[in-house]
Every structure is written in C-alpha cells, then in structure tokens.
Design a protein around this ligand. Structure first.
Ligand code: PLP
Length: 357
C-alpha cells in the first residue's frame, strides 16, 4: 500500500545554476522528501516540502554516536521523461544498511513512491548535458535528544537532490591509487557492508595522507590479514586479468559495500561474454599479475564516477603503472555503454531504468 504523500508547495523557486560549472554536491533543488519515525506510529507523515535547513537537538544521537545511513543514485531525462537508474535496487540497499545499524526499515513502497514523486516534481532540475545528472541522496538518521548510548527511538528519513556536472568533462583521466597498508577502514564484523557515515569518518585521515603523497585515493586491504583487496572508499575495484573480469566478493568479504555499479558492470560483462569472477584477491596476486604482464586493466566503480580507470597503483613505496597509465579498452567501452543507458541512447535491455512518472 502506498500512503498519501503530502506536498507543500513553495512559490520561492531558485534560479537553476549552470551545471557545467558547479561540480558535485554544491547546489540543491527546491524540494525534499521527509518522513518521520517513532516507536508508537512507525514510519509516518511522508511529505514533500520546500528544501530548507532542519533543526536538531544539540543532544541529537546522530551527532554524538553516528547512527545514520545513506545511499546515492541518479536521475536522468529521456526526452521529457524523468527516469531513475536502478531506483528499486538502491532503495533495497538503503534497508540493508538500515538493518546493520539497527534502524527501522522504511516501507519500500512508500520510499520508492516518495522518491519518484520528488523526481517528477523536480524534473526541470535534471540536467541533460552529456554525463550530467540529478544526484539523489536518501538518508536516515537517529533523532533522539538523548546523550545515553542506545538504539534511537526516533528517526528522520530525507531525500535531497543535487544537479551534478559531468564527472569527466574532459574525457577520462586515470587516477593514481595508494594501497593502504597502515590504516583500516572497516573490518570483518564491523560496518563495512553498510553505507554509513562512520566508514567515511574512518577513511578521511588515510585519504589526506595519500593526497599529500600525490595519490587520488586509497585502496583498502582487509583489516585482519592486510592481504586481501577490499575497495576504494567510495568505489568498488575491479581488475581485468587475462581477459577475466575479477572483483572482490562482498559475500566473502563482509567489510565491503555491495556496490550497485559493480553489479551492473558484472551483469553487462557477462552479457558480453567475458568470464566474470568474484573472489578473494590478494594484493600479492595483483603485483604478480602486473609483473607477469597479465594485469590488463584496473578500474573503480561507483554511482558518482560510474567507472574510474586506475593508471597507477602504489604499494609499499613502489609504483605500478597499469596499461601504460591509460584508460583500458574494456573500461572505456563499459563506461560508454552504461552512460548510453543513462542517457537513453542505448537500449536498456537489463531494465535498469525506472520511470519516475
Ligand atoms: C557508495 C559506495 C560504493 C559504490 O556503490 P554504488 O552502489 O556503485 O554507488 C562503494 N564503496 C563504498 C564504501 C560506498 O559507500
């Protein structure tokens, strides 16, 4: 059952920015979706209201103890029709994160209906330039005004929207990645499988150090043995080795986020006839494959960049140049294909695109 979603209109509409100049996450649309939870009423009062600051108690439990989750997905326009890429899959993952953090799951139908209604109302905000999109950020946070440590009894679920520029305005530029052998982002039994702020807090310091050394991002190894490859903080990582598409398995390594872009890449690669393998991959195996000349490509996958080719891996003070530091053919072809589905220029035979109205 889909509950009524109230709509509070504003006449104060913002001027739309020149999306090619605004980068990522700087501008927000006119409206947001909000829903509340308390133990007596469950999730209730789904509404779309003007985008505005929210007020919380200084004792708000999220501020102190971090019980919060989020997700990230994108909307596009096919002609005049607003569409959302894998909306249902993302809303399901929000509830997977919710379970891990002991947050009450949001009713899937209402969350999806609220998202679609918000996108339909805000469709004029969806930029249509190549590579541009309307980024969607659903999030849930604990809202008890209480300094004791416990699972919160009240929550807020919001969805906000931000028009974003093309990630690769000037074509791909492969990133330089540092394999992290000192710091740890998440460990087996921890929060790695959830999209939760804590994982990002845990990654900031190592990210700064990597930046200072001239690297774009950190590649995390497992926190127990410091041996198996996990992911790149806000992206999953994939390798092309001897023609196979290989990536760490979130089923075997529960400290990894089960990225939807990685799933998309693997589904398409299978359809193209590539062997697709999900397994534990040690960093030593990757270095060996590089030295043998069988490591053909390395790339990250995530909603923000879609595909991010890796040109250099640094491990224990040594740099390994991948594919001559250039974007590999597979990564390029995959990016073009997924972008084509986003833009509506390539047939969506997997049913990834969901109409918002
Ligand atoms: C969001 C995220 C990813 C990428 O997931 P997608 O569903 O592909 O966007 C990978 N790792 C982490 C830690 C993330 O938060």
């Amino acid at each position: 059952m889909v509950a009524d979603i109230k709509f509070v209109e504003t006449k104060n509409l913002k001027a739309k920015p020149d999306v090619s100049k605004i980068g990522f996450g700087t501008h927000f649309t006119d409206y947001m979706f909000v829903m509340d939870y308390n133990t007596a009423d469950g999730w209730h009062d789904a509404r779309i209201v003007p985008y505005e600051n929210i007020s919380v108690s200084p004792a708000n439990t999220t501020l102190h103890y971090g019980q919060a989750i989020f997700d990230g997905l994108k909307a596009y326009k096919h002609g005049d029709k607003p569409v959302i890429f894998r909306a249902s899959t993302h809303m399901q993952r929000l509830n997977i994160s919710a379970k891990i953090l002991d947050i009450p799951e949001v009713p899937f139908d209402i969350a999806l209906a609220g998202l679609k209604k918000l996108i339909a109302i805000e469709k004029d905000w969806i930029p249509t330039g190549k590579g541009q999109s309307l980024y969607i950020r659903p999030f849930i946070f604990a809202d008890d005004p209480y300094l004791g440590v416990r699972v919160s009894q009240t929550y807020k679920f919001l969805i906000i929207l931000s028009p974003v520029a093309a990630y690769y305005a000037h074509g791909f530029s492969p990133v330089k990645i540092m394999v992290e052998s000192e710091y740890v982002r998440a460990v087996r039994g921890g929060l790695g499988a959830a999209k939760t702020p804590a994982n990002y807090a845990a990654s900031l310091h190592a990210g700064l150090i990597a930046h200072d050394k001239g690297y774009d991002q950190v590649l995390w190894l497992d926190g127990v043995e410091r041996k198996y490859i996990e992911e790149v903080g806000s992206m999953n990582i994939l390798f092309k080795i001897k023609g196979e598409i290989v990536s760490p398995s979130p089923k075997l390594q529960t400290s990894i986020l089960d990225g939807i872009t990685r799933r998309t890449v693997n589904e398409i690669a299978k359809d193209w006839g590539y062997p697709v393998v999900e397994r534990k991959i040690s960093i030593d195996e990757i270095i060996q494959a590089h030295n043998d000349g069988t490591l053909e490509e390395v790339f990250g996958s995530g909603t923000a960049a879609v595909i991010s080719p890796v040109g250099v891996l640094e491990y224990k003070g040594k740099e390994y140049v991948i594919n001559g530091g250039k974007t590999g053919d597979f990564a390029q072809k995959m990016y073009d294909y997924i972008e084509g589905i986003h833009m509506g220029t390539i047939e969506d035979k997997f049913g990834y695109v969901e109409a918002a109205e």
